[in-house]
Ligand binder design. Structure first.
Ligand code: HXC
Ligand code: NAP
Length: 293
C-alpha cells in the first residue's frame, strides 16, 4: 500500500537554507522530529535540554542524516542564567539565531490535590517559565541587534479548554498561548513573529509513559477520542512547524494552529455523543421528534 501523503515531507528543498533554529527539548520526541525535518530543509540547528548525552546522540544522528550542523547544548530552560549561556554559545557558534521552537515540556497525570507545591512548580517552571525565559533572553538580543526572528510555541488544545488531571501543564500552556498572542502584537514592530501549534495526541515516549502509563494505554486509547480515528504522524507536525518557522508564513502572526484530527471539538460539541447512535435508529428517532407538538 502507498504511504499516505501526510507522512511525506511537504516543503520544497532548501526552504530553511541560511537559517539557524533553536529547538528546546530537541533531543527527543516531537522536538527531534521537527529538528530532523528542519535540517533536511537546509537549516542549522541548536538543540537544548537537560540531558547532554541524549542531545549529543540526536545531534550526531541528525547531522549525519542531513549534512547540516547540529549543536547540542545542555540547558535547563527554567533557569534564566542557563538560557543566557545558551544564547551566548549559540551566537558564538553561528553568529545569529533566526528562530526558536519552544518545545521543552514536563507533564504527568495526577489528581491535583496529590501534588506537592514543588511538583506544581516543576511543571510551570519548565513549560511557562522556560518559554518566557528563552523568549526574553533571545528577544532582547534580537531587538538590540535589529534582527528579525520567528518564535514557534508548542502548546496543546487544553491551553484554552483546560484539563483535569494535568492542571500545572494546562495552566502553563494557557500562559504560553497568552504570551504568543501578546508578543505577536508588541514585538511585530521589531520584525519578530510569534505563532503556536496545538498538537493532539502524537505518540512519543516522553508523553505516552507519563500520560497513559501501563494498562491505561489500552483502556484509554487516544485514537478513540479523535474523530479521524488515528493519532498524529510526526512528519505532519514537522511539516506544519517548518512552514510556520519559515519565511513562507511571513504574514501569519499570533495564530495557534490546531493539529489534532478534530479531537478537542469532539469533546466540546454538546450533541457529539449522538455519534454513538446506529444509523438505522435515525428513522425511529426522526418520527419521535416529528410527533412532538
Ligand atoms: C505526583 C510527582 C510525580 C507524580 C514527580 N512528582 N512525579 N508528584 N505524581 N507522578 C513530584 C516529585 O515528587 C517532586 O516533588 C516534584 O514532582 C519534582 O519531581 P522530580 O522527579 O524531582 O523532578 P525532575 O527529575 O526534574 O523531573 C521533572 C518531571 C519529569 C516533570 C517530573 O517527568 C520530567 O523530567 N519530564 C520531562 C519530559 C516530559 O514530561 N515529557 C512529557 C511532555 S508531554 P517533591 O515534593 O516530592 O519534591 C506533554 C503533552 C501534553 O506535555 C498533551 C498530550 C495530549
Ligand atoms: P518529550 O519527548 O518528553 O519532550 C520533552 C522535552 O523537554 C525533552 O526532550 C526534555 O529533555 C525537555 N525538557 C524537559 N525539561 C526541561 C528543562 N527544564 N530544560 C530544557 N529542556 C527540558 O515529549 P514530546 O511528546 O515530544 O513533547 C514535545 C512538546 O509537544 C511538548 O511541549 C508537549 O507539551 C507538546 N505536546 C505533545 C503532545 C503529544 O501527544 N506528544 C501533545 C500535545 C503537546 P531533557 O529531559 O533532556 O531535559
Amino acid at each position: 500500500m502507498n504511504e499516505p501523503t501526510y507522512t511525506k515531507p511537504m516543503l520544497k528543498e532548501g526552504s530553511l537554507e541560511g537559517k539557524t533554529i533553536l529547538i528546546t527539548g530537541g533531543g527527543t520526541g516531537l522536538g527531534k522530529a521537527m529538528g530532523k525535518y528542519f535540517t533536511e530543509l537546509g537549516a542549522d540547528l541548536i538543540i537544548a535540554s537537560r540531558k547532554l548525552e541524549k542531545l549529543e546522540e540526536t545531534a550526531k544522528e541528525l547531522s549525519e542524516n542531513s549534512g547540516r550542523t547540529v549543536l547540542p547544548v545542555q540547558c535547563d530552560v527554567s533557569d534564566y542564567a542557563s538560557v543566557e549561556k545558551l544564547l551566548k554559545t549559540s551566537v558564538e557558534k553561528f553568529g545569529k539565531v533566526d528562530g526558536i521552537v519552544n518545545n521543552a515540556a514536563g507533564n504527568f497525570i495526577s489528581p491535583t490535590e496529590r501534588l506537592s507545591n514543588r511538583a506544581f512548580d516543576i511543571i510551570v517552571n519548565i513549560v511557562l517559565k522556560g518559554t518566557y525565559n528563552t523568549t526574553l533572553a533571545f528577544g532582547k538580543h534580537w531587538i538590540e541587534q535589529k534582527q528579525k526572528a520567528t518564535v514557534l510555541n508548542i502548546v496543546t488544545t487544553y491551553a484554552w479548554t483546560g484539563s483535569a488531571y494535568v492542571v500545572p501543564s494546562a495552566v502553563s500552556k494557557a500562559g504560553v498561548l497568552a504570551l504568543t498572542r501578546s508578543l505577536a502584537v508588541e514585538w511585530a514592530k521589531y520584525g519578530i513573529r510569534f505563532n503556536a501549534i496545538a498538537p493532539g495526541p502524537f505518540p512519543t515516549k516522553g508523553a505516552w509513559d507519563r500520560l497513559l502509563p501501563g494498562e491505561l494505554q489500552d483502556k484509554f486509547d487516544f485514537k478513540n477520542k479523535v474523530p479521524l480515528k488515528r493519532v498524529g504522524e510526526h512528519q505532519e507536525l514537522a511539516n506544519l512547524a517548518a512552514y510556520l518557522i519559515s519565511d513562507f508564513s511571513s504574514y501569519i502572526n499570533g495564530e495557534v494552529v490546531t493539529i489534532d484530527g478534530g479531537e478537542w471539538l469532539q469533546g466540546a460539541g454538546q450533541f457529539n455523543m449522538l455519534e454513538a447512535i446506529p444509523s438505522e435508529m435515525w428513522d425511529v428517532i426522526e418520527k419521535m421528534v416529528r410527533q412532538t407538538k
